[in-house]
Design a protein around this ligand. Structure first.
Ligand code: NAI
Length: 387
């Protein structure tokens, strides 16, 4: 969660090292708000990223987290071919069960509004649609609000994107993208995992599932005839594709040695404990579809809100992740590096070459406004009314 190196540096030095454009500290004693908004890059368009409500040991930890997460959002958006940059907000929030008042959300909403669209908010860990509705009382620059034009639960679109990345991995394995007859093991049958299982069964795959919530697995066993697997050993199952759809950090240099899959393609964020695992997977002959490429369906879904949400267009764009993942594998071969590194290179190249050092300013047109100044998200839709 926390990037150690940046904690020792000053704010400006940390920003310089990571290439961050802007960091805004927000504090309001009356409502008890302490938050940091980081805009990493707006070279490709306004920055988008979730708001995380989290218990941080201290302010420096929160700063390190927001810097790391906002940079990751830039890479994710750039790799997905989106015309937007990366940003993130963290709120120092000690008690995850504590109610957030309208006054609290309004202060945060005003701080976001002051950035004029340079930072567009979304949900992240600890946030709810009610939070987004509260922010929307003060700013247009928020996604995930209830009502017309909202993109709703991104999980089905994320699952379509993961399936698309799996097809690219299957082709990388033996030239055939079809998943029919392949053994796929899914860790985590939550929002994304359950949808993915459905898609895999429909595609003719033989599917095994494990979840610490046994009821979720049983429901899929009953409905779709998949195999229930043990949570403790699921990562060591023999299969064509292993799909981590639970929490991050599933793979370490040590656990990689016990894997019996041919490819890893899943929805979880930060699947590799560190970048050396990327190389370890190559050494083991396992094809790894980088997590931020495979799970970009969620951000692709949100981006569709900018122009008026259309679920079919979101699904079509998520399916394009197959082509993006194939390009990552091709670049990895060309550069002689592991896929995770290749994906990062691909994203950074796009930010540099297409972004050309630009900084998006409030009122500038965005890629989706046909040359008009960007005045709002969800054009033609009335703002949310209540928290
Ligand atoms: P979720 O919370 O609905 O599902 C996670 C599932 O994993 C739960 O059913 C939980 O019981 C299970 N689980 C937790 N630890 C486990 C373990 N050790 N072994 C087996 N199962 C375990 O979350 P969701 O939304 O499905 O997301 C899954 C992952 O994908 C997360 O890492 C999330 O950050 C990431 N992600 C999700 C997106 C989305 O659209 N929902 C978009 C991009 C990334």
């Amino acid at each position: 969660m926390v990037m150690g190196a940046a904690v020792e540096l000053s704010v400006a030095d940390s920003m310089t090292r990571g290439g961050h454009e802007q960091v805004v500290f927000v504090a309001d004693a009356a409502v008890g708000l302490r938050a940091i908004i980081a805009v990493h890059s707006t070279a490709l368009g306004p920055s988008l990223g979730g708001i995380r409500f989290w218990h941080y040991p201290g302010e420096r930890d929160a700063l390190a987290d927001v810097l790391r997460l906002s940079e990751a959002m830039s890479l994710k958006a750039a790799a997905a071919g989106l015309h937007q940059g990366g940003g993130k907000a963290v709120v120092l929030w000690d008690d995850q069960h504590q109610f957030r008042s309208e006054a609290f959300l309004r202060v945060l909403g005003r701080a976001i509004d002051e950035l004029g669209g340079r930072y567009i908010a979304a949900e992240d860990v600890g946030a709810t649609p009610a939070d987004m509705n509260g922010l929307a009382l003060e700013t247009r620059w928020v996604t995930g609000v209830d009502g017309p034009g909202g993109s709703g639960d991104p999980s089905p679109v994320t699952a379509v994107g993961v399936l698309a990345a799996m097809r690219a991995a299957a082709r990388e394995l033996d030239g055939d993208p079809s998943l029919a007859g392949r053994r796929v093991v899914v860790q985590g049958a939550g929002h994304v995992g359950a949808h993915l299982v459905e898609l895999l069964v429909d595609a003719g795959a033989s599917v095994g599932v494990a979840d610490i919530d046994r009821e979720r697995v049983d429901a899929l066993v009953r409905a779709r005839g998949v195999d229930a697997l043990a949570v403790e050993t699921v990562l060591e199952e023999e299969c064509d594709v292993l799909a981590p759809c639970a929490l991050g950090g599933a793979f370490t240099a040590e656990t990689v040695l016990r894997l019996r899959c041919r490819a890893i393609v899943g929805a979880a964020n930060n699947q590799l404990a560190d970048s050396s695992v990327d190389d370890a997977l190559v050494a083991c002959g396992i094809v790894y579809a980088p997590d931020f490429v495979a799970n970009a369906g969620g951000i692709i879904n949100i981006a569709e809100e900018f122009v008026g949400y259309d679920p079919r267009r979101a699904l079509t764009r998520a399916a394009e992740i197959e082509e993006t993942t194939a390009r990552v594998f091709a670049l990895a071969r060309e550069l002689g590096v592991a896929p995770g590194r290749a994906a990062e290179t691909m994203a950074r190249r796009r930010i540099t070459e297409e972004g050309g050092g630009r900084r998006w300013r409030p009122g500038d047109p965005a890629a989706w406004t046909r040359g008009e100044p960007l005045r709002t998200l969800r054009p033609g839709v009335a703002p949310a009314k209540a928290v």
